[in-house]
Design a protein around this ligand. Structure first.
Ligand code: NAG
Ligand code: NAG
Ligand code: NAG
Length: 115
């Protein structure tokens, strides 16, 4: 219940920020490309996304590396990360949305999609 409400709120924020970035760029909802995706803390968020996906879907893919990242400040920070993963033999690419709020120590996988 609480989870669903949270996710819905996130999705609304997500689409709103996407909208404003595309249409007027006013306010805090602006996606910014991440210039350095080798930073350990971004890599950590990418690994978290893969780990959460494995937990939720009983999968066992492995994080390989980040390919691309964008972030937007809302309630906490949202990371749109394109991640290269592998199942041990075949590499795949996914994109994920992670919400991270260090102040309240919340980190959540919001979306996980295969490319
Ligand atoms: C990117 O981050 C890594 C790890 O923090 C650092 O070693 C590297 O110098 C940074 N690269 C650039 C271009 O800032
Ligand atoms: C997130 O990144 C993917 C891959 O670059 C892109 O297709 C998608 O539009 C991005 N989403 C947002 C909300 O920026
Ligand atoms: C990885 O995925 C490929 C394609 O879906 C599959 O053929 C292969 O058996 C998988 N390998 C492992 C180790 O799960």
């Amino acid at each position: 219940m609480h989870n669903n409400l949270f996710t819905t709120t996130i999705l609304i924020l997500f689409f709103f920020s996407n909208y404003s970035a595309a249409h007027d760029g006013i306010g805090c909802g602006r996606w910014k490309p991440m210039l350095n995706i080798t930073n350990p803390w971004v890599v950590d968020i990418g690994k978290f996304a893969v780990h959460e996906h494995n937990k939720q879907d009983h999968a066992s893919i492995k994080f390989v590396k980040l390919l691309k990242g964008e972030q937007v400040e809302a309630i906490g920070t949202f990371y749109n990360l394109t991640i290269k993963t592998t199942n041990g033999s075949v590499d795949t690419t996914c994109w994920t949305l992670v919400c991270d709020d260090p102040f309240v120590q919340v980190r959540r996988l919001v979306l996980f999609k295969w490319f």
